[in-house]
Structures are given as structure tokens and as C-alpha cells.
Design a protein around this ligand. Sequence first.
Ligand SMILES: [Zn+2]
Length: 317
Amino acid sequence: VTSRLGESVVSHVAVEDRGANGRCLCCTFSVCGKETLISKFIAQRALRADVERTKTYRCRNCGFAFHGRGLTSEEAKNYYTNYRDAEYFRHRNHCEPLYTLGHHNRLEAHVRSAERRAKLQQYLNQNVFPAFDELEEVKILDYAGGDGHLVADLPYEKYVFDLSGEDPIADVIKLDRGEIARQKFDLVICAQMLEHTTDPAQVIEELLGHVNQGGYLYVEVPYRETWLDLSGSSSVRRRVLRVVEMNPKLELILDTYGTLIRRATGILPPLAYVSVREHLNFFTPKSLSELTRSIQALEIDCSRQKTLGTVLLLRKI
Ligand SMILES: [Zn+2]
């Protein structure tokens, strides 16, 4: 079983260090990088290697943050095959004691919640569906949508593309890659995927390829994941990493401290760092908007939407 994320598109960026040219992946302004560690779980599950270093880059213009190291298609396949099953949980919990079963289940419950589906429907009622009034047939595709739960309550014909092997739920038709290549859709939805991808601009282009002329692309990433960096200078960071690399217990303490404070306050506190986990990209609305500036589509909306996330809505022209 491999989810959509396990299939990588041909990448325009260097997988080993996506910030090597010193440019923001979204707006191309110059970026500064500080060293960080690849988490033990990503190293073991995706890279099949020991923990290594990379850099976390931040753009002062659009606020985008990203880890240098992306995943090759082979590494993405390693990571996203049987994604979030029992063995995934066991292994991750072993590497990251903070990733408890309660946390795991809360994430799943939110993703599948009725509140979230209702909020999406409300958003689409306002911004997309009025344009469909004159169409005889409307097709909606949830790209990488698992069993299609997110679109199940929506009107119109609903399809899901996902390689997870899950059966689609009632009213949703599952399509394979060949089938989605042979038709186009009036609305393509891609929720909570772009933050995992090595080449997000390339993914947006690919998604737009599935949209009808005049149709819409809805992209959603986490609500707010960027941080105010109070962690100290690059040289402080290098010293911190040198110490924790020799002391796994200290690494766990510092990682826990940094993660808890960052999640609660949006501040990366002194001495902390953001180690590489499955999110490689941390978007602001501005960065998401910048990412699509060279693409042939009209931006209808780019905003933070509570209970959904940071949302980008494009219309294909
Ligand atoms: Zn930027």
C-alpha cells in the first residue's frame, strides 16, 4: 500500500539541498539557512541511513521556511508506503516519545471530522459552486484523498485518487492514475499534501493539469506552522548540534522543549532547532501565493481559514 505521497514527480529542485542556490522556493528572494538534524524517524524510515545534517532556510520576503533535504522518489516511497499504519505508529513513537497514540488519534479525528467537512462545503458554497450553476455535469476530484471522506458530503459527482488501497466510501468513485489522466475535473481538491512534497511548484502545475478550463484548484496546507526564530545565531546552532549529536538523551530533551514551545507559542526558543520530520515546507499565505505566480491561473483566494488551514484557490484560465 503506497499513498500518493510515495510517488514523486520529476523534480526541478536539488533533492540533497533545496536551498543550495540561496533562493526561496516560493518567491526566489535570497534565503538564510541554519543547520539542523534530520529526525531519527525520517532517517531510518525514508533515508535508511544514520541521522545526518541539513539546513532549515527562511525567506524574509514571503515568510516561507523549508528544510534543505528533500526526498528522492525512492525515499518518499519508503516513507509513505503503509503510511500511518500500526507499524508506522510503533516505530515513530519509539523514535519520538511525544508522538503518542493519543496525539496520533487526535490528528486522524480532526482530519475526518464532520466539522471540517462542513467548513469546506461552506467555503466552496461561497467561492466555487455558484460558477457551476450553468454546467450540466460537474466533477470533483479529491487528489490524494484516501477513501474520499473529505468530499463525501459535497454535491455533484465525486471522485478520489489515492494509492493507499483503501476502498472509497459511499458516493465517491475511486480512480487510478490512468483514469485521471484521461479526463478533467471542474474542481480538484488537494488538502494537507503540499507541505510534504520536495518540489511544491511542480506539484501545483501537475494538479492544474487535471483541471478543466474555467475550473478550480483548491490547495490546503496547515493553518500556521511558521515560527518566530529566537533560537540564536548560526554559530550557536552549530555548537548546539555538535553537543546533541554526541548525546542522544540531550537531543531528546532539546527536541521536546523546542517542539512543545514552538507548537504552543509559534516561537522557536533559544538553543532549539526544527528537526526534519515529514513536513518539509512551512507556508504562509504570501508564500503559497508567490509559489504560483508564474502559473497560468487566476488567484481567487489565498487566506487562513479556521478548521481548514491556509487555503489557496486558483481558477484555470
Ligand atoms: Zn520567499
